[in-house]
Design a protein around this ligand. Structure first.
Ligand code: 2BA
Length: 112
């Protein structure tokens, strides 16, 4: 049996729908609250181990519930900080839908 670990980083607002979608499709997962290193916003990371043959099915569920969104960052320029007239223009950032890393699982042991 060939297993894969899917590490899916998703936006928090998609998490509840995704949780239901995965549960309805019969997939087990572990959910860890996380923070994106760039935006420093809360997001969620899921660990999902499935047989290789089920990877595409998991990806379809993730795709269905995780949506790309535009966020705007307001950089603080040194000039504005020191009393300049105009704030710098917000920077547009596209986030998600989901970032999924697919990793082979060498071995799975349930102990106890
Ligand atoms: P964040 O690190 O907060 O990144 C949020 C969004 O900001 C990213 O969306 C991307 O559009 C942009 N971004 C990230 N780093 C950037 C940079 N150095 N310069 C310009 N723009 C940048 P996504 O790519 O969809 O990533 C969403 C979240 O997925 C990330 O949140 C992070 O938590 C995770 N992620 C993305 N790529 C990753 C990677 N290679 N390894 C680990 N986690 C990753």
């Amino acid at each position: 049996m060939s297993l894969r670990l899917l590490i899916a980083i998703v936006q928090r607002r998609d998490m509840e729908d995704l949780r239901q979608g995965l549960a309805e499709a019969g997939f087990s997962f572990t959910h860890v609250a996380s923070v994106g290193g760039f935006l420093m916003e809360a997001n969620d990371t899921l660990f999902i181990v499935v047989e290789e043959a089920a990877v595409e099915q998991v990806l379809q569920v993730v795709q269905r519930y995780c949506h790309a969104r535009t966020r705007y960052l307001s950089p603080v320029s040194p000039m504005f900080e020191t009393g300049g007239l105009f704030p710098p223009a917000p920077v547009e950032v596209q986030v998600g839908g989901a970032n999924v890393f697919i990793v082979p699982v060498e071995e799975w042991r349930r102990l106890g």
